[in-house]
Design a protein. Structure first.
Length: 162
């Protein structure tokens, strides 16, 4: 997928953890799930986790820059799963942290990021990909072939954890 002039897209490395964590905070604020203060309170926690998860292969990220300014990013986490006759892979992919800064939107960056993420997932031989779609991203994901799941999740919080 072509990027507009002046933009570059590359795979994330551990040194990108602060950029990815800041984009994650921006994403939660934009979705209205966290206010700015609550999001900023999580940034170092997320960055610390990413510094270990990226080199370990538990998280694959892609970042796009305009010059040296971060413009957006997306990530993929890999979870174990039982193999089946239809899908013998023992891991599945979960796309998260899709974020494009407001001043860089409507330029095809989100589509380019998703293209990079899906190519990486396919290159790993994985066939199972899921995500939670924010309203502003739903049309893109549907164009890429994502459909509404039929298996809703139930959640349980243990020991007062949030």
């Amino acid at each position: 997928m072509n990027l507009p002039d002046g933009y570059t897209l590359r795979a994330a490395v551990a040194d990108d953890a602060d950029v990815i964590a800041a984009q994650r905070a921006q994403m939660f604020v934009a979705m209205g799930e966290l206010d700015e203060a609550a999001a900023q309170a999580q940034v170092e926690l997320w960055a610390g986790w990413l510094r270990a998860a990226i080199p370990a292969g538990d998280y694959a990220g892609f970042v796009v820059f305009q010059g040296t300014e971060p413009a957006g990013g997306v990530g993929v986490m890999f979870h174990p799963k039982f193999p089946t006759a239809h899908d013998p892979a023992t891991r599945r992919a979960y796309v998260l942290n899709m974020s494009v800064a407001p001043q860089h939107r409507r330029r095809g960056l989100a589509a380019a990021l998703m293209d990079a993420a899906l190519k990486d997932i396919r290159a790993r031989g994985l066939r199972s990909v899921s995500l939670h779609a924010a309203p502003m991203g739903r049309a893109l994901y549907e164009r890429l072939g994502f459909t509404e799941g039929t298996n809703p999740h139930l959640n349980l919080t243990l020991d007062g954890a949030t």
